[in-house]
Design a protein around this ligand. Sequence first.
Ligand SMILES: N[C@@H](CCC(=O)N[C@@H](CS)C(=O)NCC(=O)O)C(=O)O
Length: 332
Amino acid sequence: MGKGLALALALVAVPAAAQSTLDAVRSKGFVQCGVNTGLAGFSLPDSKGIWRGIDVDLCRAVAAAVLGDAGKVRFTPLTSQQRFTALQSGEVDILARNTTWTLTRDTSLGLNFAGVNYYDGQGFMVHRKLNVKSAKELDGATVCVQPGTTNELNLADYFRANGMKFRPVVIEKLEEVLNAYFVGRCAAFTTDHSGLVALRGSRVPKPEDHVVLPEIISKEPLGPAVRHGDDRWFDVVKWSLFAMIEAEELGLSSKNIEEQAKGAGPSLQRFVGASGELGKMLGLDNRWAFNIVKQVGNYGESFDANLKPLGFERGLNRLWTQGGLIYAPPIR
Ligand SMILES: N[C@@H](CCC(=O)N[C@@H](CS)C(=O)NCC(=O)O)C(=O)O
């Protein structure tokens, strides 16, 4: 390689490194987080305008880890169709919006999934008066669905696989697709089971008039995503989620971590940053995980605060030590 070319490559490499999301977040002083436009339990502003939900808590955890302050987050509400462009273009630093981890998104859409914060599957809600008991009875039905979702794709697969026909009504905005379903333009509405439960518990005028059918037709592992090509930021988001999970396993919560941090156990000492340099390895303060748990809470606390009141059970989202799938690699 000629000297000139080597120099040109070096010059190109410098700005790219300087633009790491971690540095950018530090210099602007907040994390810009892409969330749902309003799905109870995942991300929804409360009556005081404060965003609440498990996706919101993940964003706050990252802010606590990076900036020492869980309050330093700004939220960008995104529809299913807008979300990937918003992340790719740099409009948001993280996408934490009930987004399913799939191969296509992980590769050609240029995303890196930092883990799973809710294991889900797709279901159907129907008008009770139709007296439908199973999705297998939906042959010929009109089904409401949002575009740019895995749900739209699974819907087609499911009907095809079962030799049934359907007419899709595809509407981008949640408000509008729900209204279309409520006024009876569609016999069924399909999305993630969590979405059905959350909407039935928060947005459906008469919940008793609607039934969530028993079939779960897909795997929907939902989790936060970042852009390809920024490994340091990917690490930070990944381990922020893992810290919330590990804290639950260690019995550390926002209420007791201050007291517990005085304990002598080696994994505890490492976790709270009293020994080792785990924070430094991530490019963060050694109190990163302590700050997450103190300010945001552990995974179970977030689940209980946001999802339990809507009637969610832990199910698959129990810790692995309790028969669930929620598992964090060793924080060491
Ligand atoms: N997990 C699915 C779909 C998630 C999804 O977008 N669900 C709808 C229905 S609950 C939603 O969250 N809509 C809210 C919005 O458009 O902001 C995916 O990643 O494609």
